[in-house]
Write a protein of this length. Structure first.
Length: 96
């Protein structure tokens, strides 16, 4: 992961479930992510690690849940509307 993610923030975000549960260095992680950008992929890996830790040891849920590590980011790209250049961008209004 050190080769793929270039920003320290992404590496910290991926390691956060291990830090919260004090299991850093006890597990090896191998994952595949597709689509989105680096931040979205880092968030997806973090969620996957959190869910895996919870399945492995259900008592870790009480540590992961308050830290917000079991919550999926539900934001999606808004669709482009007909007659507009983009999803929210409109043509310039002309008075006359």
């Amino acid at each position: 992961m050190l080769d793929y993610f270039h920003r320290d923030f992404h590496l910290e975000e991926i390691a956060k479930p291990f830090q919260v549960t004090q299991t850093l260095g006890k597990f090896d992680v191998w994952c595949t992510v597709k689509g989105g950008g680096e931040s979205g992929q880092a968030g997806a890996i973090r969620l996957g690690i959190s869910r895996s830790l919870e399945k492995f040891e259900p008592s870790l849920r009480k540590l992961l849940k308050p830290a917000g590590l079991l919550t999926r980011d539900a934001r999606k790209v808004e669709r482009k509307k007909a007659g507009q250049p983009k999803a929210r961008k409109k043509r310039q209004w002309v008075k006359r």
